[in-house]
Ligand binder design. Structure first.
Ligand SMILES: [Fe+2]
Length: 294
């Protein structure tokens, strides 16, 4: 299957959650990104140059400073427009009400990639969460522990313009449209913090893996019922039109966090299994309780 034939398939991939075996060399939160030979931007020296330039922003960044704007090109702003045109109608049909409230408050432009700086200002004013730029992959523990302090480590580059509806790694669209918006929902922001605190109390690799799976099946791929319909609150769903359509085909199981902590997932495909809460309130209460007692 080529990238073109499966245009949205991997749009959701959050590589942070699938890189448990990263070696120590990239344990640092600002490890420079190496593009694989099959990455859509691998043969585009201009794209790679810009990716490195954007990575430098993260590497020079001091927490708390204003985030420098990324030098996006006209082509890249067009990538945003294409994505946004397919995502908006999919979200209107499939996103939960809580998400829409936050989306309205962040008010993205149709034709320009939002800069982390401006999204950060709004999110911070609403929930206290801070977005900080990172160059690329970070280890799951580093990523999750930062949540405890109300810090979301955020990539700033955008996917290659040749594949606007496909990305092999989380990019600024996933970060902003998915995480940025949900972190502007106070209850979801609180759950993110509780995840970080639970991770800080977790010492064994096995337990960290279990917690990462719960994160995957809730914060990344959670669904719930709202007025009789299945709606998304997970960032991996909300940042991919393909996932939002496909989620109705999934095996929807009642929200059971112990079961989720033992359920395997494959980030390279549409998710065949999702855990569905009876309501937003049920999701919030059960996940909160689970994390507090972890
Ligand atoms: Fe994510």
């Amino acid at each position: 299957m080529t990238e073109i034939e499966s245009p949205i398939l991997s749009d959701h991939v959050d590589a942070r959650m699938v890189t448990g075996d990263l070696d120590e060399a990239i344990a640092d939160r600002n490890a420079i990104v190496q593009l694989d030979p099959d990455h859509p931007g691998f043969r585009d020296p201009e794209y790679r140059r810009r990716r490195n330039e954007i990575a430098q922003i993260a590497m020079k960044y001091h927490p708390g400073d204003p985030i420098p704007d990324a030098p996006y090109t006209t082509e890249e702003h067009q990538v945003w427009s294409v994505i946004w045109q397919s995502l908006r109608p999919a979200q209107e049909k499939n996103a939960c009400a809580e998400y829409f409230d936050a989306l309205t408050r962040l008010s993205f432009s149709d034709d320009r990639i939002p800069q982390l700086r401006e999204v950060n200002e709004k999110v911070q004013a609403i929930s206290g969460f801070r977005l900080e730029p990172v160059a690329g992959l970070v280890q799951p523990r580093v990523f999750l522990e930062n949540l405890a302090d109300g810090v979301f480590l955020c990539t700033q580059y955008i996917r290659h313009h040749s594949t606007p509806l496909y990305t092999p790694e989380p990019d600024v669209v996933h970060e902003i449209v998915g995480h940025g918006v949900t972190l502007a929902c106070p209850r979801l922001a609180e759950l993110n913090r509780l995840f970080g605190q639970a991770v800080k109390r977790t010492t064994s690799a096995e337990e960290l893996e279990r917690l990462s799976r719960v994160y995957w099946f809730t914060i990344e791929f959670g669904v719930l019922r709202e007025n009789g319909s299945v709606k998304a609150y997970g960032t991996g769903l909300l940042s991919s039109a393909g996932e939002l359509e496909e989620m109705h085909e999934a095996d929807l199981r009642p929200l059971d966090l112990d079961a989720a902590s033992r359920e395997n997932y494959d980030p390279t495909h549409f998710q065949p299994v999702l855990f569905c809460a009876a309501s937003f309130a049920e999701m919030y209460e059960r996940l909160r309780e689970f994390l507090l007692s972890w």
